[in-house]
Design a protein around this ligand. Structure first.
Ligand SMILES: NC(=O)C1=CN([C@@H]2O[C@H](COP(=O)(O)OP(=O)(O)OC[C@H]3O[C@@H](n4cnc5c(N)ncnc54)[C@H](OP(=O)(O)O)[C@@H]3O)[C@@H](O)[C@H]2O)C=CC1
Ligand SMILES: Cc1cn([C@H]2C[C@H](O)[C@@H](COP(=O)(O)OP(=O)(O)O[C@H]3O[C@@H](C)C(=O)[C@@H](O)[C@H]3O)O2)c(=O)[nH]c1=O
Length: 281
């Protein structure tokens, strides 16, 4: 199957590029600040499916760059979904746990009420709504806390800070499932194939790594597996002020992803070991 991917340099796009039949589009091929250009690329493609792995992902910066975040994360995916619908090919769109308000402690079901706390989450929710309303075959795959050997992510941040300091304070009251980018790429490919065969599987799905942990415990595991001796102290969200609010409860219930596509939650600790091996020269 030939698959057109928006995104080239990002964590998930880099992993998607490793699959046969995938063509990745960078900014020079399709700039998401120009939704019409994204639409035109799909109108001209002979691909069997489209995956959108590009997004404005700078959570704090989005607070002051609302317009760009909205165009890239809401308007561009909406235009892509319309173009894919017009061509009759499935569209897989990646979204985020940050569409939820983080209340409670139960894992969020895909049809649970949304309530983004910041601009990034609101812009991603706008994209979800546009994709679902476009009338084509689609999957919205919400994931969380993505990490890989390249790009910006918590693992690389912790490795950098851990090399400089012997003690860190990390938020311990935000809980979620760290997710290896490699597993997200594999899930997107499997879902694209399944939708191609059976459009009735269209809908919103969840996919995150297991077990759920706090950022502080995620950091502890990163240091343990890296043989770095760093003392991690839990702090509360209030003690780590940021421009954008983050959800306290980012747990995602992924059962419908397993029942519809046979995709299980990956153990992120194994994914972390792979990523650290890739990072070590
Ligand atoms: N990172 C995370 O922790 C999480 C991510 N997600 C979602 O997963 C998906 C993939 O995220 P991830 O791989 O981490 O993303 P990255 O932040 O690693 O990469 C973002 C990608 O989007 C591209 N991009 C940004 N703006 C534009 C633009 N205007 N035109 C063209 N390309 C653009 C970037 O290209 P360039 O290098 O040119 O800027 C880059 O390739 C996104 O939908 C994200 O919202 C969901 C949950 C968690
Ligand atoms: C660096 C650092 C961060 N933190 C906290 C801040 C925050 O609550 C948490 C994670 O910080 P980050 O800024 O790396 O994570 P953040 O950019 O918020 O990550 C999010 O990115 C977007 C794209 C998503 O879609 C989400 O799923 C999620 O992965 O760790 C500390 O407590 N101490 C520290 O020293």
């Amino acid at each position: 199957m030939n698959v057109l991917v928006f995104g080239q340099t990002g964590q998930v796009a880099t992993e998607l590029a490793l699959f046969d039949g995938v063509t990745c589009l960078g900014r020079a091929d399709a700039d998401l600040t120009d939704p019409g250009a994204c639409e035109a690329v799909i109108a001209a493609t002979d691909a069997d499916a489209v995956i959108n792995a590009a997004a404005y992902t700078a959570v704090d910066k989005a607070e002051e760059n609302r317009d760009t975040a909205m165009i890239v994360n809401a308007m561009a995916p909406t235009a892509m979904a319309a173009a894919a619908a017009a061509r009759g090919i499935p569209f897989v769109h990646i979204s985020t746990d940050y569409v939820f308000d983080g209340s409670g402690s139960a894992p969020w079901q895909p049809d649970a009420p949304t309530g983004p706390l910041g601009v990034y989450g609101a812009s991603k929710l706008g994209g979800e709504k546009g994709v679902a309303a476009a009338g084509g075959t689609y999957a919205i795959l919400r994931t969380a806390w993505v990490f890989s050997a390249h790009g910006n992510n918590f693992v690389r941040t912790m490795r950098r800070l851990g090399a400089e300091r012997d003690a860190l304070t990390i938020v311990g009251d935000q809980i979620g499932g760290p997710t290896p980018a490699r597993d997200i790429a594999a899930a997107c490919m499997k879902i694209a194939r399944a939708l191609h065969a059976d459009p009735s599987k269209s809908g919103t799905y969840h996919f995150s790594g297991a077990p759920d942990v706090s950022w502080a415990d995620f950091a502890r595991e990163i240091f343990a597996q890296s043989d770095l001796s760093v003392d991690v102290t839990d702090i509360t969200t209030d003690q780590y002020p940021t421009p954008a609010k983050r959800p306290a409860n980012s747990r995602l219930n992924c059962t419908t992803t397993t029942s519809a596509f046979g995709i299980e939650r990956p153990d992120w600790r194994a994914g972390l070991a792979q990523v650290l091996a890739d990072l070590t020269p």
